[in-house]
Each structure stands twice: as structure tokens, then as C-alpha cells.
Design a protein around this ligand. Structure first.
Ligand code: ADP
Ligand code: MG
Length: 690
């Protein structure tokens, strides 16, 4: 005989009382399909309902719980105004009036002579105390499962048509399934870090008895999120690295260093060493992130790697996100490598057929050692003689599909090309480990000497005209500038219009100069045309959205103006500022912001004080927590809800360690079938997303 099976967390939400088709459809909008999904719908905040007070001590406006006895029969009052139920309750210290609007049956829940807990906001007029629409619990319930008082009460993200009370009711039912939820944290990890089991954590987050229990639940769930993220990334990395990279022979780098017009910084030298070390090992292919502020000299590191490859007869491909950037990289690499007898070539879409054929011929034949281009470098018609190394930037982080394409281009014999990813977004190391868990990291945390920092000021509208006067002076000396307007979420149309409107205004302010507009809605060819005209000095002032973040190097541009600066994160502001100060000329950054509250000033002032991207990222982290950084993660990894309000940096590194320990002790996760199933599902999602 089949025994009665207790419900499973995979059951649809409709197994719960009161959830039919209509409610299920509402819940779907919150991505809740199963009871398990519901249990993983976490509160966005908590109401503290643990403050008890005597009636006599209640201050006007104080929100508190009061233990009191109902002393008068509740009556429905139909006055001139809205009808309401009035009742009276008393404790040893005094009497208070209870008023219930919009709930004509409130009286049914109260019995004269019984004691209750009332939670609400007190109004005091002299000795007269009133509480309007208080939450009612019978005296025994506070702190127990269904209690509405005496404990922290979760506040959930909702959707139209679904009330807080209703969702809480469903959640209480769903908690009966908590014991059937998969445990994704290995027991050894839980023990080591003192974390509670998943079922307890779910009860603790949805129905905490007190602040301490809530804290334990939060801790466990935040840790779990970070642990899972680290797990997924490490497995993905392992998948990527199951391929072999060709081993690079040791070579003499001296000629390269001697030919450089400068001495490498310590950070650059270290990065070169790390990358060459990876490539020389001859095991897994390199998969390394080269992280460094704008101007930190990533190109020289890339060139050094290409040089080493070329010395041993291998080829390198450098992929840029746009043709104009490809041309720029081509010029810098040619300047560094051609004098050393290493042929660098450029492959772009716009080449005449004859030239294109010649470029491809040289590449296949091996006359070209370094090729620069866009993503087109991975298309079928491009054949390499022996591609060892692919250098790319952050925009082109390889998914599984591109990775396969890349492998086809590899050096043959089952070798995969080594990959070096360049990023100009400095991220504190602890976070980089999480965000880029599938990459090794080299950081260029030292700028070449002799840089003049970009002078940065925060201004308001009051001094706008003075700022325009200052810009005019720069323009009259033949210099150029940028104005960036924020990208406004959910109203892209307004945004585009505002950039265009601002362009018109500025064209009137600077009638003697050419002012042009650039935004993300433009066709790539149109964007390139404008960028080219700006780089050639034909346009003086470029007004844009943040699309110029990945723009070109225009050393003659000396002023960056950012409108509504408060809307940008510090890291992004710093990134934008990096568009100027790229030449010999002194450069300026003007941050317009009318906002002074909410830490805005502090953030913007931090930018005025330093030009060090890593320091700013650290400061941003301190001011805003890791949530924002983690929020920018690429697709295919689970969303982080709890870590944004629960996790700190030490938890990040603990979770990282925990994932590593788990991988070492049980690489195939045989002992953790639930964890393995989860990780596999995530990897599959990620593969589909890429
Ligand atoms: P990034 O790509 O990291 O933004 P680049 O590689 O474009 O930076 O280098 C910025 C500028 O600094 C270039 O003009 C480059 O020639 C110069 N540069 C790079 N390394 C050094 C160094 N060690 N000493 C002096 N100048 C350097
Ligand atoms: Mg660069």
C-alpha cells in the first residue's frame, strides 16, 4: 500500500489553501511557481513589533505593543463621518480607546474581560490615548508562529492584487514544507561556520521569534547565496579550463623592455610575469583578468605577452569591441612591436576585398604575428597559422559558445588559445574574486609616474554659467570636451530626448563650436562616424549618455562634465572621468549635482580627493555595501537577494573558502546530490544565456 506522502517543496503553490488559479497567476509575476519558490521569496524588510509599553507611558506617535484587557463592549459608531468600531482597553497603568476603521466586524474578535496584545501607533491628547486600527493578537500568541506581534514581522515584495497579509498567510502554510527543502550547504561547512540548517533558516526568516533568530537565518541565507555563487563560478571555470593550452617556451624579454620608451611599473612587470607564467605551464589554458585603471598601461602588458608569443613563433589576436578601438589598439601595438620585427596587422569590416584577402593570407601563412580586430576575428573565414593567445576586453567575456569557436581557432592538436581579459573597472580584490571567480586576476594597481590628476569639482546650477565660461576658455584654446547625461531607468525615451534637448541648449551656449550628440539608440555606424569626427577634432563638444564609457582615446579632450552626478556610482563616475587627462594638457571634471543629502556629497567629494580607481572602489564598497557591485554581475548566476542586506566582506571570503574546501574534498560533489543538481542547473542556464 502506498503510504500518504507529505507534500514536496516542488509542488505547485496551488496545493496551499486559498491559492487557486488567480492567485497562482499573481504569484507567477513574482517568479513563484512552487511551494519551494514561495519559501525562497524573501522579505525585503522587517517590522520590529517587539517594543512593549504601558499605556501610561505611551508617547504621542509612539508605535508599540500594549498588553491590555478589553473593558468595554465594542460598538459600531455611525457618525457624520466614516463609520468605525470603538472599543476600550486597559492595563494597570491606564485606559486607551481603540478605533477600527474599514473593519465593521473588528468587534467580533474582541471579548470583554479578555487580555490581548495590541500593536499600533498611539495618539495622545493629554491623558487620553487612542490607537487606530491596531494589530490584535490574543495574549498567548505573541512570539508564536502565527503571531502578528511580539516578534519581527516580515515585509515582502508584492505585486498588484496581492496584499501583505495574504502573502504572510500563504507563507505560514508553506513553512510546513520547510523540512522538505533541499539542503545546499554541506554539513561540514555549516558546522565550520556555525550556520543553521536550511529548514531552520527558512522558519527564521519568514517567522522569526526574535531578532536573534532572524539574524541567524539571515546569516545562513546570505552565506548560502555567496557560497552558491562561488560554487557555480568555480565549476564553470573548471569546465572552461578542461582544455589544454600550448606551453610557451621561456624567452628573453630584455629586447622588448629595452625598446619601450619608458620603464614598466612594478605592477605591470608583475602582471607580465603572471601571464607568461600561466602560458609557460603547459597545462590548462590561461584564463586571466588584467584589471587596471584607465591609463595604468594595460596595452604594454598585452604587448609584452604578444611579444613573448611571437618570439616562439606563435600568433596573438587582440579583439576590441568597436572598429575604432581596434584601430587605436592597432596603432599602439604596431608602435611597440614593429620596431622589434614583429608584424602587426589590422582586420576590420570596412577593408576592400583585395586588402582583406591579403590580410587573411598573411595571417594564415604566418607572416602576421599579431592581428587586431573586432569580434569578427573569430568568424570562419579567418584562419590562423597557430593562434596561442587571445586578448580581449571585458565586454567580450566568453560564454560557452564563443569559447567553442575560440577553440576551433586554437593552435591545433587540441590546444585552446590562452585568454587574457582586460578590464578598466577596478574592483576591490575580495569582490573581484566573487565576480570573476572563473578568472585568475592580475591587478595594475599603480599608475605610471608623472600623471597629473584630473582636477575635479562638484558644482550646482548656481555656478553653471561660470562653468560654461570656463569651458569656453578651453575650447578657445582648441581643446575639446564631453558632457554626459544619466541614463534614466525605465524611461529610456525621456533619456534620449533629454540628451538631445541638452545638445540643443549647449549648441546655443557655444554657437562658435560644433556640438554633437551621441547615444545608445544610434546605429553603430552612426556612433562610429561621430566618434571619429570627435577624435579628428571636427566636433568640439560631445553630449552623450554613458556610451562613451568605452569610447576612444582623445588626448585633446580636457573637460568632462557630468550632469546629475548623484545618479552614477563612484566607479562609473571615475570611469567617465578617465576619458580626460589622457594627454599632456591639464584636465578637468565637473560634477553637476543639486543633491546634497543621502551621502551624495560624501560620495562625490571622495571623487574630488583621489584619482585612484581602486581606492574609490573600496570607498564605494564602504559607503554602499557589496550589493551594487554584485548586482552588475553577468547573467547566468543566481540573483543575490540577501547578501545585499546581510553580507559583509569577511562573509564573502569565507564563502569563497567554503566553496574551495568543498571542491577539494569532493570535486564531483558526489556526497552532495542536491548541491550538485543546483550547480548543474545553473551552469545549464548560463550556457543557454551565452
Ligand atoms: P590603459 O589601456 O590601461 O588605459 P594604456 O596602455 O593606454 O593604458 O597606457 C596609457 C598611457 O600610458 C600610454 O600613453 C602609454 O604609453 C603610457 N604608459 C604605459 N605604461 C607606462 C609606464 N610604465 N611608464 C610611463 N608611461 C606608460
Ligand atoms: Mg587601453
Amino acid at each position: 500500500m502506498k503510504t500518504f506522502e507529505r507534500g514536496s517543496a516542488d509542488d505547485p503553490v496551488t496545493v496551499l489553501h486559498g491559492i487557486g488559479k488567480t492567485t497562482a497567476a499573481l504569484l507567477e509575476r513574482l517568479d513563484i511557481f512552487t511551494v519551494g519558490d514561495l519559501l525562497r521569496h524573501f522579505p525585503r524588510a522587517f517590522e520590529d513589533r517587539m517594543d512593549y509599553a504601558d499605556i501610561a507611558a505611551l508617547a504621542d506617535g509612539q508605535t508599540a505593543c500594549v498588553r491590555a484587557e478589553v473593558t468595554g463592549t465594542p460598538v459600531l459608531i455611525r457618525g457624520k463621518n466614516r463609520p468605525f468600531v470603538r472599543a476600550q482597553a486597559a492595563d494597570d497603568t491606564g485606559v486607551m480607546t481603540l478605533m477600527f476603521f474599514n473593519s465593521p466586524h473588528a468587534g467580533d474578535r474582541l471579548t470583554v474581560g479578555e487580555r490581548y496584545v495590541f500593536y499600533g501607533k498611539a495618539q495622545r491628547a493629554g491623558r487620553h490615548v487612542t490607537m487606530i486600527n491596531p494589530v490584535i493578537d490574543s495574549e498567548e500568541t505573541p512570539g508564536s508562529g502565527g503571531a502578528q506581534t511580539g516578534r519581527p514581522i516580515p515585509v515582502y515584495p508584492l505585486t498588484a492584487g496581492l496584499s501583505q497579509t495574504t502573502l504572510r498567510r500563504y507563507m505560514r502554510q508553506a513553512l510546513a514544507y520547510a523540512d522538505g527543502m533541499p539542503e545546499l550547504l554541506p554539513e561540514s561547512i555549516r558546522e565550520h561556520y556555525g550556520l543553521i540548517p536550511i529548514a531552520d533558516a527558512l522558519r527564521g526568516i519568514h517567522a522569526p521569534q526574535d531578532a536573534r533568530e532572524l539574524e541567524r537565518a539571515r546569516e545562513r541565507l546570505a552565506f548560502e547565496e555567496l557560497f552558491l555563487l562561488a560554487m557555480v563560478l568555480s565549476k564553470r571555470r573548471k569546465k572552461l579550463l578542461r582544455t589544454r593550452g600550448a606551453a610557451l617556451e621561456p624567452c628573453d624579454m630584455e629586447p622588448f623592455y629595452r625598446a619601450l620608451p619608458y620603464t614598466l611599473t612594478g605592477a605591470q612587470r608583475r602582471a607580465v610575469g603572471e601571464a607568461l607564467g600561466d602560458m609557460a605551464r603547459g597545462g590548462e589554458a590561461m584564463h586571466r583578468l588584467l584589471q587596471g585603471d584607465v591609463g595604468s598601461g594595460k596595452t604594454a602588458v598585452a604587448a609584452a605577452c604578444a611579444y613573448a608569443a611571437a618570439l616562439s613563433g606563435w600568433q596573438t589576436a587582440l579583439m576590441a569591441p568597436t572598429e575604432i578601438l581596434a584601430e587605436q589598439h592597432f596603432r599602439s601595438l604596431s608602435a611597440l612591436l614593429e620596431p622589434l620585427g614583429i608584424h602587426v596587422d589590422l582586420l576590420t569590416g570596412g577593408l576592400p576585398a583585395v586588402t582583406r584577402r591579403a590580410v587573411l593570407g598573411d595571417l594564415a601563412g604566418g607572416a602576421t604575428r599579431v592581428i587586431v580586430g573586432t569580434q569578427a576575428l573569430l568568424t570562419e573565414s579567418v584562419v590562423y597559422q597557430n593562434l596561442l593567445l587571445v586578448i580581449t576586453d571585458e565586454q567580450h567575456r566568453f560564454g560557452v559558445v564563443q569559447r567553442a569557436k575560440l577553440a576551433e581557432k586554437g593552435a591545433g592538436d587540441g590546444f585552446d588559445p590562452h585568454v587574457l581579459v582586460m578590464s578598466a573597472t577596478p574592483i576591490p580584490r575580495t569582490l573581484a574574486l566573487v565576480l570573476y571567480g572563473d578568472l585568475d586576476i592580475s591587478a595594475l594597481d599603480e599608475l605610471p609616474p608623472g600623471r597629473t590628476p584630473v582636477a575635479t569639482r562638484v558644482l550646482t546650477d548656481k555656478t553653471r554659467l561660470r562653468a560654461y565660461g570656463f569651458m569656453q576658455t578651453l575650447f578657445s584654446k582648441g581643446q575639446q570636451g564631453y558632457v554626459v547625461c544619466p541614463h534614466i531607468e525605465d524611461s529610456e525615451d525621456d533619456d534620449v530626448i533629454s540628451v538631445e534637448a541638452h545638445t540643443k541648449t549647449l549648441a546655443e551656449v557655444f554657437p562658435a563650436y560644433r556640438v554633437a550628440c551621441l547615444h545608445g539608440r544610434m546605429k553603430p555606424a552612426e556612433k562610429e562616424r561621430i566618434m571619429r569626427a570627435f577624435a579628428a577634432g571636427e566636433i568640439t563638444l560631445l553630449v552623450s549618455t554613458t556610451v562613451i564609457e568605452v569610447g576612444v582615446n582623445v588626448p585633446n579632450a580636457t573637460v568632462m562634465v557630468i550632469e546629475n552626478a548623484e545618479r552614477f556610482g563612484l566607479a562609473q563616475l571615475h570611469q567617465l572621468r578617465g576619458r580626460v587627462g589622457r594627454g599632456e594638457l591639464p584636465s578637468y571634471c565637473i560634477l553637476f549635482s543639486e543633491q546634497t543629502g543621502g551621502g551624495t556629497r560624501e560620495r562625490l567629494e571622495a571623487l574630488c580627493k583621489t584619482n585612484d580607481g581602486f581606492a574609490l572602489a573600496q570607498e564605494d564598497l564602504r559607503l554602499r555595501g557589496p550589493g551594487d557591485f554584485l548586482g552588475v554581475r553577468q547573467s547566468g548566476v543566481p540573483g543575490l537577494h540577501l547578501s545585499s542586506f546581510g553580507a559583509d566582506l569577511s562573509m564573502l571570503s569565507d564563502a569563497q573558502d567554503a566553496a574551495q574546501m568543498t571542491n577539494i574534498s569532493d570535486p564531483e560533489l558526489d556526497g552532495y546530490p542536491e548541491l550538485r543538481a543546483y550547480v548543474e542547473r545553473m551552469l545549464k542556464n548560463a550556457a543557454q544565456a551565452s
